[in-house]
Write a protein that binds this ligand. Structure first.
Ligand SMILES: NC(=O)c1ccc[n+]([C@@H]2O[C@H](COP(=O)([O-])OP(=O)(O)OC[C@H]3O[C@@H](n4cnc5c(N)ncnc54)[C@H](O)[C@@H]3O)[C@@H](O)[C@H]2O)c1
Ligand SMILES: [Zn+2]
Length: 338
C-alpha cells in the first residue's frame, strides 16, 4: 500500500514541495472552506489554487455532486496530472477520492482531513465512495490517496457534536485491537489521533482489499450503517459515530453469547461508550426498518448478514452470523438506557 501520512509541519513541508512541481485543485465543502484560512497560512503555495466547493452534509455525498465536481474539473482544464486536494471531513475525502479515482480513469489525490472522524478514519485506507439512494457507500472504489496530511489545528472550528462523533471510530480502534487507546481518550489530542491512525494503517496494510483482517474495522458498522441509513432521510439524522456507537453496543451485547465476550469487558465497553454518546432514540417501528436494511449491507455474502464481533476487549472476530432473535434481545438491552 503506497500512502504516506504526515503530521503538522512535516505535512506542510511535504505539500509545499509537491506544489512546486504539480498542478492541483482544492475541493472543500460549504463549511470546510473556513479551513482555507489555516491551509493558506500553513502552506502559502495553496493560496493560488482553484477551489471546487460542494454543499456540506452526508445528503450531498451522492453521484449528482460528484458529476458537478467532474464538470468543474473539466472547466478548469484538469488533466491526468492534476492532483485533487480534499480539504474536509469524511464526506469530502470520500467523495473527492471517488471523483479523483474515476476522473479520466483516475487522477491522484491528497486527503487533508478537517474533522476528527476523517483524521482518524475516513481519510485513511483508500476506500472512496458515495451513497446511492438510502444505501451508504454503495458506489465506490478502492483507491489510495497519494498522502494524508493531518493537522489538528483544523479541529478548532469543528462543531462539538461532530467532534464527539469522530471519537466513535477511536473507540472502535480501541475495542478491536488496541485497548491502550482507552487510556489516551482524555489525554493529548495529537497523541490520540496518531495512535488511532496507526491502528487503522496497520489493519489496512495487512489487508488492503478487505479479504479478511480489514473486516475488523466494520465492528459496530453492520448495525451502525443500518441505523445511519434509516435516519438519513428523517428530520433527525444520526451522525456516523453516533450510529456506530449504537452498533458497537448492540454488537458487543451479541458478542457475549456468540463469541464469549466476558461481562467485565462488556461492561467496560458500555461505560466507555455511554460516557461519550447519548443513546439514539430508536422506536420499535424504526427497529423493524433497520433490520430490513441489514440485508443490504454490501459486506454480506450469500444473503446472510455477517457481523464482526468481539471475543474480548481488543480482539475482534470476523464473519459471524447472528439470529434475528438475538438481535432483538440486543435491541431491548440498548433501549433500557435510552
Ligand atoms: N472511507 C472510509 O474508510 C470511511 C471511514 C469512516 C467514515 N467514512 C465516511 O465519512 C463520513 C463522515 O465523516 P465526517 O463525520 O467527517 O462528516 P462530514 O464530512 O459531513 O463533516 C461533518 C460536518 O463538519 C463540517 N466540518 C468538517 N470539518 C470542519 C472544520 N474543521 N470546521 C468546521 N466545520 C467542519 C462539515 O462541513 C460537515 O458539516 C461518512 O460519509 C462516512 O461514511 C468513510
Ligand atoms: Zn465508520
Amino acid at each position: 500500500m503506497k500512502c504516506e501520512v504526515f503530521f503538522r509541519e512535516q505535512a506542510w513541508a511535504y505539500l509545499t514541495e509537491l506544489l512546486a512541481s504539480e498542478k492541483a485543485v482544492i475541493i472543500c465543502d460549504s463549511n470546510t472552506k473556513i479551513c482555507l484560512n489555516h491551509l493558506y497560512k500553513a502552506c502559502p503555495a495553496t493560496a493560488i489554487l482553484p477551489i471546487i466547493e460542494i454543499p456540506a452534509g452526508e445528503e450531498n455525498k451522492k453521484l449528482n455532486t460528484c458529476e458537478k465536481v467532474w464538470y468543474e474539473l473539466i472547466e478548469l482544464n484538469a488533466n491526468r496530472k492534476t492532483i485533487l486536494l480534499n480539504l474536509g471531513g469524511g464526506v469530502v475525502t470520500d467523495l473527492g477520492g471517488f471523483a479523483a479515482s474515476t476522473f479520466m480513469r483516475g487522477i491522484r489525490f491528497v486527503n487533508i482531513p478537517t474533522s476528527m472522524l476523517a483524521m482518524v478514519d475516513a481519510a485513511i485506507g483508500g476506500k472512496t465512495g458515495v451513497d446511492f439512494g438510502s444505501l451508504k457507500n454503495m458506489i465506490g472504489t478502492f483507491s489510495q490517496p497519494k498522502a494524508v496530511l493531518i493537522d489538528s489545528n483544523f479541529l478548532k472550528t469543528l462543531p462539538k457534536r461532530h467532534y464527539s462523533s469522530g471519537l466513535g471510530e477511536v473507540l472502535k480502534h480501541a475495542f478491536i485491537s488496541d485497548v491502550a487507546i482507552l487510556d489516551l481518550m482524555h489525554a493529548n489530542e495529537d497523541e490520540l489521533i496518531s495512535v488511532s491512525v496507526n491502528t487503522k494503517m496497520n489493519v489496512v496494510k495487512a489487508d488492503e482489499f478487505e479479504a479478511g483482517e480489514r473486516k475488523k474495522l466494520n465492528f459496530g458498522h453492520t448495525i451502525g450503517h443500518a441505523v445511519e441509513s434509516h435516519f438519513l432521510a428523517t428530520q433527525n439524522p444520526v451522525y456516523h459515530g453516533e450510529a456506530v456507537a449504537a452498533g458497537m453496543l448492540m454488537e458487543s451485547f451479541v458478542s457475549q453469547s456468540v463469541c464469549g465476550l466476558d461481562e467485565k469487558d462488556f461492561n467496560s465497553i458500555c461505560t466507555m461508550t455511554d460516557s461519550i454518546f447519548k443513546r439514539v432514540l430508536i422506536s420499535d417501528l424504526d427497529w423493524i426498518e433497520i433490520k430490513k436494511l441489514l440485508v443490504y449491507d454490501k459486506k454480506n455474502t450469500n444473503g446472510n448478514t455477517q457481523f464482526v464481533l468481539l471475543s474480548k476487549l481488543g480482539e475482534a472476530v470476523i464473519d459471524q452470523e447472528v439470529s434475528e432473535e438475538l438481535l432483538d434481545k440486543a435491541f431491548s438491552f440498548y433501549l433500557k438506557k435510552s
